[in-house]
Design a protein around this ligand. Structure first.
Ligand SMILES: Cc1ncc(C[n+]2csc(CCOP(=O)(O)OP(=O)(O)O)c2C)c(N)n1
Ligand SMILES: [Mg+2]
Length: 671
């Protein structure tokens, strides 16, 4: 109450009403060590109702985390570790960044998947070194958001029994009573139908009932658990209680006085924590004991299984084992003329797979199309913690649970995959992966209108740019099979989320020798014959082949062009100026970019006098090769833009050019 009042804003009501539950979780059930928030086998706690962050900060403070009272007093202020919504990596004990409702719920599901996977891989009979739970507090909003429905379904399907979730049934949201928005469904029955174990606690002030239900939920390991806790927002503030206003506004001094009086506290004291309370809440001794006991088990396991220990440590570093780079495949264009980059991506994954045994992930029912299976990795299920997760058609939950796996730790680059167009269905999670800076991989195939006949509903247009607009997300769109292999190396070398955009259609395999240049984000793929180029053609992904062909056409007109392959803006931008200038010399102002998406933003590289060949309309249902040609993603169009830019009168006709992309072999199907 005091913290929100001092800040002048925040969300007091839910924190107040959920305090007995948080107290029960943090002091009676959560196996954690405030002095080592990174203890690997700790239980995880997620406040999915992130707006109630002051509840989590209070618990962390009182139970002995490195979060002093001064931080509570600086709630929501500049430079504090107590921001408006919990942020991972900022506050010790905060496992995930939450606030966009439903995300924390789904993150927890990913954490439980990680736990299951690591337990299966590293536990041995008599040596259980992975055995922890995920506790979460969720609100009406969490349950209303679709992502939690997907995640609950996924958790039920996979019998994630380590989930211990609480639903704050306060029947209040911002717009008022849930009678107007969320009382038409029986939430308990919904979760039961999804395979969850459901209990009810009638009064959130009943500590005994809370403890009993939590105990039952903890004991239930065969199914995920939901405890529905009936509460009254802002209890015991007499006037604020059960009102929507108590959700997101400071209570006011008078109301705080009344609430403190109701609790038997001195209303004239602020931020007062009696010593007995600290003593009672302190979880450091219990935490130390828990961790020491685990350390003993871990040491015994380490001594018995040194090979596993080595692998475990590698896994917790978040990186694949050394040696994986040498395994990344290369293709020789004289043997393999064309290949879809999605196919090359699959080959790369299989090549490095054994170097990253805890890298797990899957696709949203498109694994056969995105080529993101680890051969012989098995399917993740209630009886087998395989590496390949059948997410089903649940992109939202896929994204958020991949984030959950990443913040859990021990998992190398968890990934999710689908068609690029459906990145829209994962976007909240993608944004949060960037905000949290977690090492995940988003693998999106069918990355342009080149996918063809499925038509405009399936053809990404604005996606490359909209993804590049997300800070801290590295987007890589490799030109060919060899660059795809290199892109995987870049992915592992990037300290944050990476999006790989791969083609459905075949593209020419280019000379592998210069492909390593892709590690620097952009590089000279083919240069001018003599001295400085007259014009620079910049392409990404499948359009690099278009640019190369345009260069050939320009040569026929006596124009000496350089082709730059630019798979990643972000990686190129991070290079030193000298390198950047060597690829795009400031002295060469004639530049043309070509990319099968909205051109907005290419001015950054082509300058105000350059040209950008792109697509700023929706696609169409027709063969991809024809569509690309029709939309101007063609060598002659690129060459003509260059000629125009150079003030040359010649124009190249379609007949003179040869289409640089070819439709996929029809036997491979469209999906
Ligand atoms: C995805 C998303 N949409 C909207 C919001 C804004 N918002 C914050 S809390 C909230 C709903 C509050 O109701 P409830 O979830 O029941 O929380 P309570 O007030 O009971 O704590 C909304 C709409 C949000 N945080 N996330
Ligand atoms: Mg509510």
């Amino acid at each position: 109450m005091d913290a929100v009042q001092k800040a002048g804003n925040g969300h007091p009501g839910t924190a107040m009403a959920m305090a007995p539950l948080a107290y029960t979780i943090f002091t009676k059930f959560l196996r954690h060590n405030p002095q080592n928030p990174g203890w690997k086998d700790r239980d995880r706690f997620v406040l999915s109702a992130g707006h109630a962050s002051i509840l989590q900060y209070s618990m962390l403070h009182l139970t002995g985390y490195d979060l002093p009272l001064d931080q509570i007093k600086r709630f929501r202020q500049s430079g504090s570790i107590t921001p408006g919504h919990p942020e991972h990596f900022l506050t010790p004990g905060v496992e995930a960044t939450t606030g966009p409702l439903g995300q924390g719920f789904a993150n927890g599901v990913g954490m439980a998947m990680a736990e299951r996977f690591l337990a299966d891989r590293y536990n041995r009979i008599g040596h259980e070194i992975v055995d922890h739970r995920v506790f979460a507090i969720c609100s009406d909003g969490d349950l209303m958001e679709g992502v939690s429905n997907e995640a609950a379904s996924l958790a039920g399907q996979n019998a994630l029994g380590k989930l211990v979730y609480f639903y704050d049934d306060n029947r209040i949201t911002i717009d008022g009573t849930t009678a107007i928005s969320f009382d038409g469904e029986d939430k308990g029955k919904r979760f039961e139908a999804q395979g969850w174990h459901v209990q009810r606690v009638a009064d959130s002030e009943d500590l005994e009932a809370l403890a009993e239900a939590t105990q039952n939920a903890v004991a239930e390991e065969g199914r995920p658990s939901l405890v529905i806790v009936r509460s009254h927002i802002a209890y015991p503030a007499p006037n604020a209680m059960d009102t929507a206003a108590a959700h997101g506004a400071a209570l006011g001094e008078d109301e705080i006085r009344l609430a403190k009086e109701a609790l038997g506290l001195d209303p004239d004291e602020h931020f007062a924590v009696p010593d007995e309370v600290y003593e009672h809440m302190d979880q450091r001794p219990r935490g130390r004991e828990l961790e020491e006991e685990w350390n003993g088990r871990f040491d015994a396991w380490s001594a018995e299984f040194p090979d596993l220990l080595e692998e475990w440590e590698q896994a917790w570093s978040g990186n694949p084992a050394p040696g994986y780079k040498e395994k990344l495949p290369r293709w020789d264009p004289s043997e393999t003329e064309k290949m879809a980059t999605r196919k090359a991506g699959g080959a790369a994954m299989d090549a490095f797979g054994e170097y990253a045994p805890t890298m797990i992930g899957g696709a949203a029912d498109l694994v056969g199309s995105t080529n993101t299976t680890f051969s012989n990795g098995g399917i993740f299920s209630p009886v087998n913690a395989g590496r390949n997760i059948a997410y089903g058609i649940r992109e939202h939950a896929m994204g958020s649970s991949v984030n959950g796996m990443a913040v859990h730790g021990g998992m190398v680059r968890p990934y999710g995959s689908t068609f690029l167009i459906f990145s829209d269905y994962m976007r909240p999670a993608v944004r949060l992966s960037a905000l949290m800076g977690v090492k995940v991989a988003w693998i999106w195939t069918h990355d342009s209108v080149g996918l063809g006949e499925d038509g405009p509903t399936h053809q990404p247009i604005e996606h490359y740019m909209s993804l590049r607009a997300i800070p801290n997300l590295t987007v890589i769109r490799p030109a060919d099979a060899n660059e795809t292999s290199v892109a995987w190396q870049s992915t592992f070398e990037t300290d944050g989320p990476v999006a790989l955009l791969l083609t459905r259609q075949n593209v020419p395999v280019l000379d592998p020798a210069p492909a390593e240049g892709a590690l620097r984000g952009a590089y000279v793929r083919e240069d001018a014959e003599v001295g400085e180029p007259e014009v620079i053609l910049i392409g990404t992904g499948s359009e690099v082949a278009v640019a190369l062909e345009a260069r050939r056409l320009l040569a026929g007109q006596g124009v000496d062009a350089r082709v730059v392959s630019m798979p990643s803006w972000e990686i190129y931008d991070a290079q030193d100026q000298g390198y950047k200038d060597s690829v795009l010399p400031p002295s060469v102002e004639a530049r043309v970019s070509v990319e099968a998406g909205v051109p907005t933003g290419w001015e950054r590289y082509v300058g105000f006098h350059g040209r950008s060949v792109g697509i700023d309309r929706f696609g169409a249902s027709m063969p991809g090769e024809e569509l690309l040609q029709e939309l101007g993603i063609s060598p002659e169009n690129v060459a003509n833009e260059a000629l125009d830019l150079l003030g040359r009168p010649e124009r190249i006709t379609e007949e003179e050019g040869t289409p640089a992309v070819e439709d996929t072999d029809p036997s491979e199907g469209h999906s």
